[in-house]
Write a protein that binds this ligand. Structure first.
Ligand SMILES: [Ca+2]
Ligand SMILES: [Ca+2]
Length: 115
């Protein structure tokens, strides 16, 4: 699904695209090693974008990007052609973060807190 559709899907099941789990390196690495790496060839949307303002990266729960709460691959985010505003984890970048074209058809990492 496209990034926006992925977000809608997550919300439809009481969650949202992953935010705090992506900011926490140990949780992020657990997800990568146990859930993503066993199924290569895929890209996964997470809840991080610069849709609102180019170059200003923000998690969907409102938390701003810092160097401490992201793990972009070297040279990323590069706002590559035609316009990359949504963050993915992608096997070709060893599951580090990469900005990608939001309309691309990727998987989604949904996240919800337990009540
Ligand atoms: Ca961008
Ligand atoms: Ca990119």
């Amino acid at each position: 699904m496209a990034w926006a559709d992925s977000r809608s899907y997550c919300q439809s099941i009481g969650s949202d695209l992953a935010t705090w789990g992506m900011r926490n390196a140990s949780i992020r690495n657990w997800i990568i090693e146990n859930l993503l790496r066993p199924r290569p060839d895929n890209g996964y949307w997470i809840g991080l974008s610069d849709i609102e303002q180019e170059g200003v990266w923000k998690y969907v729960d409102g938390v701003a990007m810092t160097t401490n709460n992201t793990d972009f691959a070297g040279g990323e985010p590069n706002n590559g052609s035609p316009d990359q505003d949504c963050a993915q984890l992608w096997w070709e970048m060893n599951y580090q973060m990469d900005d990608h074209v939001c309309a691309e058809n990727l998987f989604a990492i949904c996240e919800r807190t337990l009540n």
